[in-house]
Design a protein around this ligand. Structure first.
Ligand code: ARG
Length: 459
């Protein structure tokens, strides 16, 4: 049994249960690389400022590099006795180089140490997530490009509403994931602030150079108030919120794919490589990935709520509650990355059943609004046109036909304003093509969206 790094003030040993309960090494070992990076920069700063000797610094830096190698090669076994990743590494360092190792923790506390580690981790993961989001956006644009002419019904209340193109639909999701990317980038800015060198809560008595630390570790700014620096987990909350919003978007997309792949819709079919069968029903092909991502959205919300609840009402500055910040952050990172990656593959290989989509768009009176707009063009007030078309729909429903199945004579019974040209105007493709407002589903407008998106992706 080694001695605790903080054991001086204690007369008795800690209980084994206490060690087990208190330890975070089981999960925070994920931070080993960031912890070593932070300690290496800290040692260099201490030497530069004459707080430790250059010789001590050199042996610390060299040994930390060896420890890193050993960890990565699986040669190190961490111990709950040393509580967390910070004290495990410091203990190994001191075992290997003696007094120099004991000098590393000068002008530093675990409070600023853990804060810098988790910020570095979140910064790295934001970059990874943004890369995956870009791949998804690129895939959405590609699918849109292939489906510029694919007509489908757009829905409100999951009732057929107006005809749109599948490309338009994909570009709607493109916008959502682009906002997600922006949100992660924005969160990155506030994560990119260095807490290291703040000490436990009040700063330190040494003439440290925190700017040097920021430069070494690639931080854009220094946290200005040490007490805030060690207490702040806003960046992690923002990160978990961004993950949650992103997953909410994915869950909506997944829900659509689940619905669309049912035989009742039969708009899409997932590639065999991304589907599963049933252990009892031989005919089944299930959209498990989409369902799992939908489910994992709940888990991502849970992680966000977990951290909000941990942080609620905590007095300044550090409290051990904050050790619980890591599992939700780690879990959301892994969940989001895995979901994005597999979703993108699934989307890339998705079979789009264009004929079924178009057939569905032709049913359900999706051209009713356009029929009303036609009458407006003949000089009638919109409310009146709405009423007339409503009556027509009612009649058609009873007869089981579409508006365009009525003869001109029959149409004229509802309004004398109808002319032969109505049929051209309420044809499904004309309805789409005729949209003029900025951002509409018209073929031209979607072309522009795709062009803009491609430009945007180059940035
Ligand atoms: N393992 C701790 C955590 O993750 C490190 C900070 C400990 N600080 C302290 N004052 N006990 O929060």
């Amino acid at each position: 049994m080694g001695k605790k790094l903080w054991g001086g003030r204690f007369a008795k040993k800690t209980a084994t249960l206490m060690d087990e309960f208190n330890a975070s090494i089981e999960f925070d070992q994920k931070l080993y690389k960031h912890d070593i990076l932070g300690s290496t920069a800290h040692a260099k700063m201490l030497a530069k400022q004459g707080i430790i000797s250059q010789e001590d610094c050199d042996s610390i830096v060299k040994c930390l590099a060896e420890i890193l190698e050993d960890i990565e090669a699986g040669r190190i076994e961490f111990s709950i006795e040393y509580e967390d990743i910070h004290m495990n590494i410091e203990t190994i360092l001191t075992e290997r180089i003696g007094d120099a190792g004991k000098r590393l923790h000068t002008a530093r506390s675990r409070n600023d140490q853990v804060a810098v580690d988790i910020r570095m981790y979140v910064k790295d993961e934001i970059k990874n997530i943004i890369e995956l989001l870009k791949k998804l956006q690129k895939t959405l644009i590609d699918v849109a490009e292939e489906n510029k002419e694919t007509v489908m019904p757009g829905y409100t209340h999951l009732q057929r509403a107006q005809p749109v193109t599948f490309a338009y639909y994909m570009m709607a999701y493109y916008q959502m994931f682009k906002r997600d990317e922006d949100r992660f980038e924005d969160c990155y800015k506030r994560t990119d602030c260095l807490p290291l060198g703040c000490g436990a809560l009040a700063g330190t008595t040494y003439s440290t150079d925190r700017q040097f630390l920021a430069d070494e570790l690639g931080f854009a700014e220094l946290c200005e108030n040490a007490m805030d620096a060690v207490s702040d987990r806003d960046f992690a909350l923002e990160f978990l919120s961004s993950c949650s919003i992103m997953m909410m978007h994915l869950s909506r997309f997944c829900e659509e794919l689940v619905v669309w792949s049912s035989s009742e819709f039969s708009f899409v079919e997932m590639d065999d490589a991304y589907s599963t069968g049933s252990s009892i029903m031989p005919q089944k092909k299930n959209p498990d990935i989409a369902e799992l991502i939908r489910g994992k959205t709940g888990r991502t919300y849970g992680n966000m709520i977990t951290l909000f609840t941990i942080m609620k009402s905590l007095t300044l500055a550090y409290n051990k509650d904050m050790q619980e910040d890591k599992p939700p952050v780690f879990d959301s990172c892994e969940t989001v990355k895995a979901s994005l990656e597999i979703f993108t593959d699934m989307l890339r290989t998705l079979m789009v059943k264009k004929d079924n989509m178009e057939a569905a768009a032709k049913k359900g009176f999706t051209n009713a609004t356009d029929a009303a707009d036609y009458l407006v063009s003949k000089g009638l007030p919109f409310r009146e046109c709405h009423e007339i078309i409503g009556n027509i729909v009612l009649t058609c429903l009873k007869r089981g036909i579409a508006i365009e199945d009525l003869t001109l004579e029959e149409l004229k019974e509802f309004s004398p304003c109808f002319e032969e040209d109505v049929y051209g105007k309420i044809d499904i493709r004309s309805c789409i093509a005729a949209k003029k407002s900025y951002g509409s589903t018209s073929f031209e407008s979607v072309d522009t969206m795709i062009k803009n998106a491609r430009e945007d992706m180059k940035k």
